[in-house]
Design a binder for this molecule. Sequence first.
Ligand code: CA
Length: 488
Amino acid sequence: MQRNSIIKIAFLGFCSLLIGCASQTKQKKEEVERPNILVIMCDDLGYADVGFNGSTDIITPNLDKLAKGGTILKAGYVTHPFCGPSRAGFMTGRYPHAIASQFNLPPNTEGVFLDKGIPRSEIFMSKVLKDAGYHTGAIGKWHLGITDEYHPNARGFDDFYGFLAGGHNYFPEQYRAAYQKQKANGNKAIFEYLHPLQHNGQEVSETEYITDGFSREAVRFINESAQTEKPFFLYLGYNAPHTPLEAKPEDMAMFPAIEDEHRRTYAGMVYAVDRGVKRVVDALKENKQFENTLIVFLSDNGGKVSKGANNYPLREGKGSTCEGGYRVPMFFHWPKQIQGGSIYEYPVSALDFYPTFARLAQATIPTGKILDGKDIWDDFSAHKNARAGEYIFAMRHRTGYSDVGVRKDQWKALRIQQEPWKLYNINEDLGETKDVSALHPKVLKELVAQAEVWSTTHQQPQWWHDKQTSIEWKEMEMPHFEKTFKID
Ligand code: CA
């Protein structure tokens, strides 16, 4: 069967050579009909911090326009309530715990583990799309490894503009001055948030507020892609509104009614993203690519409440296995295929993007590649539950114990802070306030049992976000799953 296919492909290839120009034109046309895929990922953006999810104080007119012209996903989950593991899950289509990437890569100041990154054995979605003929770009935050073998250019991205670390300061004139001062003082581990940005491995001297710089580079990438006749995959990873809270005065001035300084700065940072999204949309329109671009918007994890974010009506935020930690603002926009004005209330995982994008791109998933998510496109398009009866897990390791969230259909099992397991009907109780485990003990038992099965796929972490955590992990003989999955 496989051999026949190979012969068939070879034969078709031979024919297209013979037929020449006419066929070539047709082939190009077919290629163009595959969508461009633009992922706009914010960093630590709260569930309620965009107009399309009900924000009343922060305005995001351009994001709202796209959201309303597409489908708003109300139950979009990422794979972890922290940046690095969430991005690892997104790029590989695997739970970060299963690929030993369940902690953030540590910042460089401790000078440890810096040669680590997401295992090379995991082929990124960017590589699969590149191999399928896509022009691929990553702009903004990476956080998946900083040495050459883990660099975006080594993981399927033709073009990378941004920074490799877990965060960055926003004003070039300020961070450059701090960086140069420390360099002059002989500091060998200058905090990574201050390092120069780079373009394909070469340091660049950014001149704009970096959110604006990333929007500018996204426009450049879209313009350049239009010259290649290939469809594109662009991962636009704004680090806004992640700390440090730094906004342009004119963006903050949009929010005079917000009294809290943190919240007003945060609002300005979100507004800068929204302004940038308008530039990106305009570039798509100018290149006549807007109609056939699938735009997926999301945050990498929940908003940090202590730093100005609002995840209402979800409970808690960044770092939590309550809904506020890993259920994020999300929409899909694609004029050619998605009718505007709809809401998709069924659960979707960021794990599903890899197989779904591959399908839309007519890409081949490498033999042996394990994917923890699924192609949701048919069900999503038909407005059916793509994940009926299926599980979505979250786990965060703390000092000596783990927090866990398990979702299936209307049920959410939750264990946090070593408290007993609780069960919520998440469709009726979005804020996880009414424990119904006493009414549905069998449901709780089943969800916890499934999470325990899932935990057997986990690997020992390859790194921890700091040295202290690595010491505690070993001293406390983590992960203690037997304790985690015990129902009291
Ligand atoms: Ca984040």
